[in-house]
Structures are given as C-alpha cells and as structure tokens.
Design a protein around this ligand. Structure first.
Ligand SMILES: [Zn+2]
Length: 87
C-alpha cells in the first residue's frame, strides 16, 4: 500500500487508477450507497453505478486518464466577464 492510501475500503479511481480517493458522501439510509471522489482527476462516482463507471478494468479506455498527463491537458475556456445590464 502507498502512503497516500486514505484508509481501507476506499477504491482506486476508475478513471486514473490513483489511490488518492476518499468518501465524499453516504446515503441518508446507512449502507445504501457511497459517493467516492478522486483528488487527482476529480472523477466522482457512486458505489451503485455500473461497473463501467466504478471498476478501473471496465472503465472505457477512451476516457481513462494518466495522472502524469493531467498537467498537459488543455485548459477549459474561461467564463467571460458579465456584460453590463441593458437599461
Ligand atoms: Zn482519478
């Protein structure tokens, strides 16, 4: 296990296979679902989603990310400043 492991039972990220994941939330009724999030690529998933969203081996290859490539990705366009209200 790596030093960044957040504790037992938290899965690796399906998208980037990082283990910098943590529980983001749990169902109001205990044990129904858990929401996990990845601090490396910011992928978030719920435990009850299908395996293509939750299992690193079944996650679609075309959407997988490598942590070492994240700094090279294009920056999303900025939201332009608000225009003054028309009066
Ligand atoms: Zn990730």
């Amino acid at each position: 296990m790596s030093a960044t492991t957040q504790g037992s039972g938290v899965p690796v990220c399906p998208r980037c296979r990082s283990n910098t994941t943590e529980v983001r939330g749990v169902s109001p009724v205990a044990g129904v679902w858990t929401v996990y999030g990845c601090d490396t690529c910011f992928y978030t998933w719920r435990s009850t989603e299908g395996e293509q969203n939750t299992n690193p081996d079944k996650y679609p290859e075309v959407f997988r990310l490598k942590p070492e490539n994240l700094p090279k990705l294009q920056v999303a366009p900025r939201i332009p400043p608000l225009q003054p209200k028309a009066q």
